[in-house]
Write a protein that binds this ligand. Sequence first.
Ligand code: NAD
Ligand code: ZN
Length: 380
Amino acid sequence: MASTVGMPIICNAAVAWEAGKPLVIEKVEVAPPKAMEVRIKIKYTSLCHTDLYFWEAKGQTPLFPRIFGHEASGIVESVGEGVTDLKEGDHVLPVFTGECKECAHCKSEESNMCDLLRINTDRGVMLSDGKSRFTAKGYQINHFLGTSTFSEYTVVHVGCLAKIDPSAPLDKVCVLSCGISTGLGATLNVAKPKKGSTVAIFGLGAVGLGAAEGARIAGASRIIGVDLNPSRFEEARKFGVNEFVNPKDYDRPVQEVLIEMTNGGVDRSVECTGNINAMISAFECVHDGWGVAVLVGVPNKDAVFMTKPINVLNERTLKGTFFGNYKPRTDIPSVVDMYMRKELELDKFITHRISFSEINKAFDLMLKGEGLRCIINMEE
Ligand code: NAD
Ligand code: ZN
């Protein structure tokens, strides 16, 4: 096969032309990578709720046409000038937030909020020149989260790519590129429950069940799942969630129910819904004196968090995290290794598999609240 290095590639991509309308598979021209960029061939991608929010654009800034997708696995096709730690053929996971390795955040052990490459949901272009690398039907197509994985080829900043063990199965570890690592890290790196403690998880989608997997690994003894959709409960049992609360079953705030169930509040809570009321409940249900609540869900851009200051004065801690505080390049290869050593289970997160041509089905499944992760095979 003739080399494509330095040349534009014409390939299929699923373009969102308008908010909430089915994606259309189009022939897209993908420009070669510029300085510090990498062009990758996407092998598998899946849909995370963040894609759905920005595609619906109900409480988010609309930016169309756009190529969504940020949870994926791929193989490096070519690298731009200045890229030294990746080469053609490397296996990678693209990540929606990056690690430049130079800034104060990247140098801090505590932060993954890189100054240069931190998540920016409103940017649709590459950093180096403020332009898109995608063209279709004469239009520049916006990028999403610097990843745009609903395309056979995409261009990503080198700082947003984790180089992983080439023997790791790409059709499974793709879920570590966003949702599962986010939930897992929110518990293990941020909430840090002690062995034997009680953890409440709000939202039992893939992110919430990633958080539950973290609670199981940390040795929590009570893992309480909170969700409005009771069909989630059966599945959640496989993840060690052993008690369930549906806020709809009560005519009082769910935090009161949880405080009563636990004699004063849970030790840790992790919110994985994106719903502002769930965020407030997740904070108010933690025990005074030591409770820690971690917000993970992406809220509407105008949402405001309201609670009485006395709830904080009473020694409750509120935290938030992107990507479970993992630094994509430094930490994600070892999360993949955790899976390879069978310490972390991924198969149970994968409930559906479809071909790229059927990508709109993945949106239907998520809208109906069915299943956890639907893996899209880019080669079918
Ligand atoms: P999902 O749709 O699969 O799961 C969300 C679950 O929350 C659903 O089961 C839904 O029924 C439940 N829910 C909604 N409102 C609720 C409420 N008020 N109370 C209780 N349960 C409620 O989504 P997902 O892919 O698991 O993502 C979960 C959230 O995490 C989304 O907001 C997503 O945008 C966000 N996210 C954040 C990061 C990050 O780095 N912070 C990364 C990935 C995803
Ligand atoms: Zn940085």
